[in-house]
Design a protein around this ligand. Structure first.
Ligand code: ADP
Ligand code: MG
Ligand code: MG
Length: 205
């Protein structure tokens, strides 16, 4: 049964982050401090290097190692938040052998981000991409969809959630300091979170 290979997921996410780093930084320049692309690129490059050092035996070990590297390497808000996502994902991924496992672990990751950052839906954060993705995954799995269809639905939901952050006024993170002036700009963290979901599609094995 096909599901997401966690190591490939981390690697594919790193490649997408690298490809989109300038865009992520430009988005952060508008409503933050212009470092989101550099933060994510540094963190994900270090995560890949840690996987290259020695191959983890399990999906949980891969996710946990990735979490530790992100928390250690990224100075900004996104380090502890993506780090917490992967840490909770690691704790929840069971055998990791089917898309139902992946969906449950993904939701646990989202809940970790919410517990840590206290963002609610509509606060113009990464939660606005991760939340719809988790809901789409759960719905697809409950409806008996296969892994490819479930991840396609999740990626579309994450992209729509990312796009929907543009008109929002930020209520969490650095962008919230701008108040109403944060409206009219796409959230950088929701943009990288949508890349995380997109990467899962190419990591199907
Ligand atoms: P920093 O703001 O410290 O420079 P980054 O630029 O790397 O960190 O990341 C900014 C992104 O982090 C934002 O676009 C937003 O999506 C996300 N973010 C910030 N604070 C929170 C929070 N409390 N909960 C969820 N996501 C958050
Ligand atoms: Mg920043
Ligand atoms: Mg910063």
């Amino acid at each position: 049964m096909a599901t997401v290979d966690t190591t490939e997921w981390v690697r594919d996410f790193a490649a997408l982050v690298d490809e989109h780093a300038e865009e992520l930084t430009a988005l952060d320049a508008a409503i933050g401090d212009a470092d989101h692309g550099a933060n994510m690129r540094r963190g994900m490059a270090a995560a890949v290097a840690a996987l290259d050092d020695s191959a983890p035996a399990t999906a949980a070990e891969t996710a946990k190692r990735t979490a530790m590297v992100l928390i250690r390497t990224i100075g900004g808000a996104s380090g502890p938040l993506f780090g917490t996502f992967f840490l909770r994902f690691a704790a929840a991924i069971d055998s990791g052998s089917d898309i139902g496992d992946f969906a449950r672990a993904f939701r646990a990751g989202l809940e970790g981000v919410i517990a840590r950052g206290k963002a609610e839906p509509g606060d113009k954060t990464m939660v606005d991409a991760l939340g719809p993705a988790a809901a789409a995954l759960d719905k697809a799995v409950a409806g008996g969809a296969d892994a490819a269809a479930a991840l396609a639905a999740a990626a579309a939901a994450a992209d729509a959630g990312r796009d929907a952050t543009t008109p929002l006024v930020a209520r969490k993170g650095r962008a919230s300091y701008l108040g109403e002036r944060s409206a009219g700009h796409q959230d950088p963290g929701a943009t990288s979170a949508a890349l995380l979901v997109r990467a899962a599609r190419s990591a199907l094995r």
